[in-house]
Design a protein around this ligand. Structure first.
Ligand code: HAM
Length: 429
């Protein structure tokens, strides 16, 4: 038997109803903050992620699904392509390519699959889904303002609360600007020098190439050493400090709770200043429900104009896991309002009725006239329909149909032109 590849999975009904429920809430909340949807390709040139996310990150150095695309003609030059491991680099590429800054399109969101070759476990997959949002624009648009950071964080708190995920934790840090990090990297290298020999191979490499990435290390034996390392917070310049203070001041004012975590540097190189994660206890080891931050130099790194930005990606798989604590798929699933049961030779009449009722926005399951009445009742009950509507010769002649409430057993004869209203009344109650 051919099975789904390890780390990928089928999202099946009724769970998909929960995914749609979450996405509908997300779209509603994003609309209130004036975000608009963008859909970027699922694969891009490898160079985009190498330059955007950073060669030294785990994502780029170990986890990407990359291949050489030869084109069709023998003379075509091979190009290295990669399944997107995240959405920000692609969105910023699109922002540059289509001059979105000039068009005032600076609040964008995207929902879709991402791909990372990670070791699969609960909440961690090789194909997973992100709900990503970015605020990006020319400096004149105020996209570098701490007000934007706070607005994005407040929006996330609103969204999680609205979904009934209330016991989240917002962890906040500032990773400073590249200028702030010159001194910090220096201090880190110095602190690592005498101890790095006892650390994992990755840390030994990172200590030379990109010491900040040592904080991404998950090896338990390395953690006591990492705990003793200097923190970026001590190296923030005046401007970064003020920016970070302003973000915290607004959050406090609007009532969004947070805790400071000076170890939080996030696993992507593009971050500047504000960096954050929302965690949720019920998730277990993979407890980051979402992560994000500011990336003021990313557009320039990709060859674009100055365009400071801030954004986040919610791990949708993990969002659903958290949601399932309180909300079941069954509770958000819309079951059929009515099951139409045609008696012998009544398929055409039944189809006509189904068409009429569906035009009134009712969910209709259409039976088959091969079924005897008993089998129709069984089928109707199995679908979870509220009503069964019997379409027999007498009913068609009278233009009035037997409508039976499957829960109460109550049966009434309803004229054709009153059917939709009658069923709707029940559907809404
Ligand atoms: P990230 O922290 O790499 O950030 O991913 C964001 C979220 O995606 C994580 O917090 C997690 O919930 C989810 N996630 C990541 N990897 C997996 C996986 N293998 N399986 C399931 N869920 C996963 C970014 O991707 C940035 N692009 C976020 C961002 C947007 N920063 C600024 N703008």
């Amino acid at each position: 038997m051919i099975k789904a590849i390890r780390g990928t999975r089928d999202l099946l009904p009724p769970d998909t109803a929960l995914w749609n429920f979450a996405e509908a809430a997300v779209r509603d909340v994003f609309r209130a903050y004036n975000f608009q949807e963008i859909r970027t390709p699922i694969f891009e040139s490898t160079e985009l992620f190498a330059r955007g996310v950073g060669e030294e990150t785990d994502i780029v150095s170990k986890e990407m699904f990359t291949w050489e695309d030869r084109g069709r003609a023998a003379s075509d030059r091979a190009q290295s392509l990669t399944l997107r491991p995240e959405a920000t680099a692609g969105i910023v590429r699109a922002y540059i390519e289509h001059n979105l800054g000039d068009r005032g399109l600076n609040k964008l969101f995207c929902i879709g699959p991402m791909f990372r070759r990670e070791r699969p476990q609960k909440g961690r997959y090789r194909q997973f889904y992100q709900i990503d949002a970015e605020v990006i624009g020319p400096p004149s648009s105020g996209s570098d303002s701490p007000a934007r950071d706070a607005e994005v964080l407040e929006m996330l708190a609103t969204l999680l609360d609205r979904l009934g995920i209330s016991d989240w934790n917002l962890e906040l840090n500032s990773v400073g600007t590249p200028a702030d990090r010159v001194q910090f990297n220096e201090a880190l290298r110095k602190a690592l020098e005498p101890v790095v020999g006892g650390m994992c191979a990755d840390c030994q490499r990172r200590a030379v190439t990109n010491p900040l990435r040592v904080f991404d290390c998950k090896v338990p034996e390395d953690q006591p050493v990492i705990e003793t390392l200097p923190r970026i917070t001590q190296f923030l310049g005046e401007d970064s400090r003020k920016h970070f203070d302003a973000v915290q001041e607004i959050l406090t004012k609007v009532g969004v709770r947070f805790s400071l975590n000076s170890r939080l540097v996030r696993g992507l190189d593009y971050y500047t200043r504000t960096a954050f994660e929302f965690t949720h206890g019920a998730l277990g080891a993979q407890n980051a429900i979402l992560g994000g931050g500011r990336y003021d130099g990313l557009s320039e790194a990709l060859g674009g104009p100055a365009a400071p930005g801030i954004g986040f990606a919610i791990g949708e798989d993990r969002l659903i896991l958290s949601l399932q604590e309180k909300t079941t798929a069954e509770s958000v699933l819309r079951k059929p309002d009515v099951y139409i049961a045609p008696m012998s030779s009544m398929n055409a009449e039944a189809a006509r009725l189904a068409r009429e009722l569906r035009r009134h926005d009712l969910v209709v399951e259409l039976g088959d006239d091969n079924f005897r009445l008993k089998k129709s009742f069984e089928a109707a009950t199995k679908t979870g329909a509220k009503y069964i509507l019997i379409v027999g010769e007498n009913e068609v002649k009278a233009d009035a149909f037997a409508l039976k409430n499957l829960a109460t057993g109550e049966q009434v004869q309803v004229p054709r032109n009153e059917l939709a209203a009658r069923i709707q009344l029940e559907a809404k109650s």
